[in-house]
Design a protein around this ligand. Sequence first.
Ligand code: HEC
Length: 114
Amino acid sequence: MRNICGAIAILAWSSMAMAGSSTPVADPIADGQVLVDTYCSDCHAISKTGESPLPIAPRFRDLHLRYDVEYLSEALVEGIVTAHEAMPEFEFDPDQAAAIIAYLKSLSEPDQNQ
Ligand code: HEC
């Protein structure tokens, strides 16, 4: 019991420390980009240009044409299983899934700074 309380105290302390610090808030889109670059880019086109290395894998920028990318969130956490065995099964934690969704959404938005 004491250990659990200690862990909670540390968590509370570190989130207070983060709130008080001047470092920028983590950027979920950037995190998502790192994740898809690491795990998905062998097969999928992950950016606004370019073709998928594996032609049958949909370009990520086209996913929103097929469905609301929010629906993917659950799939990412519970493990995406597609009909295609070429695609491995993934399970991400909810923060990682949220970051990937944020990145996928950013692909369907017009560039703001270009
Ligand atoms: C080894 C190759 C490979 C990797 C790595 C890979 N995919 Fe895929 N993915 C595929 C293929 C092939 C398909 C097409 C499957 C189909 O149409 O049956 C696909 C389809 C998908 C689809 C569409 C599923 C549907 O039902 O429409 C999504 C979403 C997707 N992948 C997400 C991801 C994400 C997110 C990652 C990284 C975490 C990833 N993929 C990594 C090969 C891959």
